[in-house]
Design a protein around this ligand. Structure first.
Ligand SMILES: [Zn+2]
Length: 455
């Protein structure tokens, strides 16, 4: 039996911040209260520190299996641990794509052999997916399903590809609104979220152009594509009673479409990402291709609308869309550099900073831990410092600063969109189920499965 006693910190509890101690027994929080005593415990002095529930990033790309030169579950979860994220939820567009229970189970075994923190897995919705495919993935532990509107599926490579307008018999057409309509009632029955990459293919097709500059990127991926996709998918989801989730919300127009859908009763959740809250297109001058991603980082008005949506509680969770490549790939000319940036390591720090700047630092654990834990159906074990919960705990020093530099990054890609940022916080200690996770930590990660399937 291992025991841990974290004393003297300001603990973020489900009732808000409290000056209390936290007693952990065998990886589970046993007690939270003032002046706790446990003679056999290892004592952690957290005086002057914040004691926060571990982060849950519901949108990461491990690249594993498929592209180990970009990232794998070991490097992903080392980066996560370094940033106070104790659960990563991996998107299904690894190779082979996670489109069946069998692939999901193989990926779970692979992740289990390498993961330093806990993990969950998304399943893929293809245009050819059946209700049975989804039911079996749910039974295998998928946290939900992701549909990439506008992204085809290579039958030979078992890979999700962005390849608009290509007439190739190897490419299965993207999942579309018809696919969602066909599967929405099954998804509602399974009680799992349906996440979409919300860019409408028809809008994208009208705005297609060579993407030589950042302006081209913005023009090729207009906010109308996001708004139309949200409105259309919401119409389908609402009728079936399915829970629709919008991944990486990036625009004011998209937010407005989502709010319209919520107002008429759609079960809709929104996630946005630190890069959309901290950067604008103007940052391209110094960030360059490191901030090339899809959807793109847009205007100051978009950033402000997203911040406002977060403060009003319309956007409830912040994830990263952590999507590393190799530094060599990202150093290519803008037109060739692949889209995506690492982000999991800076999620918690970014959100603490955004929340502090907005006047209430305690919003950060809600966006990064409480809300995403509930979202993945883990609200009884993750996302809170309370008796009975897993002791996934992050000790943060609110009087130390963190400068985002390549040398500190644990992902394979050392450079990223937020390079150079400074945060008024430092992650000091991270515990996964009561044990410290630091550099060179063992692969102790376990799969997190939704507690309630088939309601
Ligand atoms: Zn993504």
């Amino acid at each position: 039996m291992t025991e841990l006693l974290i004393k003297g910190g300001t603990v973020y509890t489900p009732e808000g911040p409290r000056e209390v101690d936290v007693h952990v027994t065998d990886g589970v929080i046993a007690n939270v209260g003032p002046s706790l005593v446990a003679s056999a415990a290892e004592v952690v002095n957290a005086t002057g520190r914040y004691v926060l529930p571990g982060g849950v990033d519901v949108h990461v790309h491990s690249r594993d299996p498929g592209f180990p030169e970009k990232e794998d579950f070991a490097s992903l979860t080392e980066a996560a641990a370094a940033g106070g994220v104790t659960v990563v939820v991996d998107m299904p567009n690894t190779v082979p794509a996670v489109d069946s229970a069998g692939v999901l189970e193989s990926k779970a075994a692979l992740a289990h052999s390498k993961a330093r923190v806990d993990f969950g897995l998304w399943g893929l919705v293809r245009s050819s997916s059946t209700s049975k495919d989804l039911e079996e993935m749910a039974a295998a532990g998928a946290v939900g399903f992701k549909a990439y509107l506008a992204y085809s599926f290579s039958l030979s490579r078992k890979q999700v590809l962005y390849s608009p307008g290509v007439d190739d018999p190897d490419l299965e057409p993207p999942a579309d609104y018809g696919t969602l309509a066909r599967l929405a009632s099954e998804i509602a029955r399974l009680g799992l979220p349906l996440a979409i990459h919300a860019e409408d293919p028809a809008v994208l097709s009208s705005f297609r152009r060579p993407v030589l500059t950042y302006e081209d990127l913005l023009e090729s991926r207009p906010p109308e594509a996001e708004a139309v996709a949200i409105a259309a998918a919401a119409a389908v989801a609402r009728d079936a009673g399915a829970h629709l989730h919008i991944a990486h919300l990036s625009s004011a127009l998209g937010l407005r479409a989502a709010e319209d859908a919520m107002r008429i009763g759609t079960n809709l959740t929104l996630e946005t990402c630190p890069q959309f809250l901290l950067l604008t297109a103007d940052d391209f001058d110094h960030a360059g291709a490191h901030m090339k991603m899809l959807p793109p980082i847009r205007s100051a008005a978009d950033r402000d609308a997203l911040l406002d949506g977060l403060m009003r509680g319309v956007i409830t969770l912040v994830s990263t869309d952590h999507a590393p490549h190799t530094d060599d790939e990202k150093a290519q000319p803008f037109v060739d550099a692949p889209a995506g940036s690492p982000g999991v390591q800076t999620l918690y720090l970014s959100c603490l900073q955004i929340a502090k700047d907005a006047g209430d630092v305690w919003l950060a654990p809600r966006w990064v831990s409480e809300a995403p834990a509930r979202f993945i159906g883990a609200e009884q074990s993750k996302g809170a410092i309370a008796p009975g919960f897993d002791a996934d705990i992050v000790v943060v020093d609110p009087n130390a600063r963190t400068h985002v530099t390549p040398g500190e990054m644990r992902s394979r890609q050392r450079h990223g969109a937020l390079e150079g940022k400074e945060f008024d916080f430092a992650i000091e200690q991270v515990y996964l189920r009561g044990e410290r996770v630091g550099a060179g930590a063992k692969a102790r990660g376990r799969m997190v499965r939704p507690a309630l399937v088939m309601r």
